[in-house]
Design a protein around this ligand. Structure first.
Ligand code: G6D
Length: 336
């Protein structure tokens, strides 16, 4: 295994890691994954060739580290220890993905460590309260490790100088199809697939999810069956959003997604996974926008969005001052 760095324009560096059958590329812009290939098959959506223009323009957070808070905070407001915070609204009246100055839009410093059987890219940055209006400045390390088992691991290490919210995640879109056709044929599988329903503005509306394993009477469910479900609640949600854009409770720390050719295993210590099936691709007027609805799906390992307004003091995203935050998620690809 080896890594090499290629610099494009606009300050974008590509860090290319070669592991024989598989190759993966990261960039300092948003500490993001740009490409992951199994032989000639693209496993994720991205653009290596014109990364320097594509990522600056792309509004869909392709492959980016997202934070300090992944997902929407209703009405861009929350209360912590009796103090009210007003964030910037960048999704109608709501705050999404940390606001307009989120982690996806910044250049990280980085260093590369080549070790036996793995390569680590350690990205660092500081999130300033004055930039995103959350309390606390956060020192952050995002470590991407790629290993000989074709496993990509993301670790987040952080400390805040004040009590705050911290809910980082990666917004990579996967597509396991050889022809990169829509992902309707992929199935998701876990011991539990509880889905939290959303209101018209994509805000989590309930603490009581619906149980897809019970509704479909199996633990392995194709996306197209969810999209076309006749179950009243699922149908209403799919009609509202054109697909899945929902937080899940997967009952443990592991779930899989597969098609005929590949198996993707995600393991995480975060409490929830938001699955988004790229339902509306019409919001980007660009020659780069070659995507149709359901071109990919995300597996955003995070706390349930809007947790602070749902759970108050008990919100899992609360990070105490000067307490180390650590979280780890891995994605492993195998050929069937
Ligand atoms: C997230 O849940 C959201 C989507 O609604 C949004 O469109 C996307 O990020 C860009 O996954």
């Amino acid at each position: 295994m080896f890594a090499k760095v290629e610099s494009q324009s606009n300050g974008i560096d590509l860090i290319k890691i070669d592991n024989e059958d598989t190759k993966i590329v990261f960039t300092n812009y948003g500490a993001r994954i740009v490409s992951w290939k199994y032989d000639d098959n693209n496993i994720v959506l991205g653009n290596v060739v014109e990364a320097d223009e594509f990522y600056i323009e792309n509004p869909y957070n392709f492959g980016a580290t997202v934070g300090r808070y992944g997902g929407r905070i209703a009405n861009a407001t929350f209360e912590l220890d009796g103090e009210k915070y007003k964030l910037e609204a960048n999704n109608g009246p709501h705050n999404i993905h940390g606001g307009p100055k989120g982690l996806d839009k910044r250049f990280f410093d980085y260093r590369i460590e080549e070790q036996v059987g793995q390569v680590k890219v350690i990205f660092t940055t500081v999130i300033k309260s004055e930039d995103d209006h959350f309390p606390g400045d956060i020192d952050l390390e995002v470590i991407h490790t790629y290993d000989v088992d074709h496993k990509w691991t993301i670790e987040y290490k952080a400390t805040s100088n004040q009590k705050t919210l911290f809910n980082p995640m990666n917004h990579v879109y996967f597509n396991l199809n050889r022809d990169n056709n829509v992902i309707d044929n992929h199935s998701i599988s876990s011991s539990k697939l509880d889905m939290y329903t959303l209101d018209e503005d994509n805000i989590v509306e309930t603490k009581n999810p619906i149980d897809l394993v019970d509704i479909f009477n199996e633990q392995n469910i194709q996306f197209k069956d969810i999209f076309n479900s006749e179950d009243a609640i699922v149908k209403e949600q799919m009609e509202r959003f054109g697909g899945v854009d929902h937080p899940f409770d997967i009952g443990g720390n592991e779930m899989t997604v597969e098609n005929k050719h590949f198996l993707l295993t995600v393991k995480t210590d975060m409490p929830n996974i938001v699955i988004f099936t790229f339902n509306d691709t019409t919001g980007w007027q660009s020659d780069f926008n070659i995507y149709k609805a359901h071109s990919g799906f995300t597996l955003e390992t995070q706390c349930i969005p809007n947790d602070i307004n749902l759970f108050g003091d008990e919100a899992p995203s609360i990070l105490e001052a000067n307490q180390p935050f650590y979280s780890k998620t891995s994605y492993k690809i195998s050929e069937k």
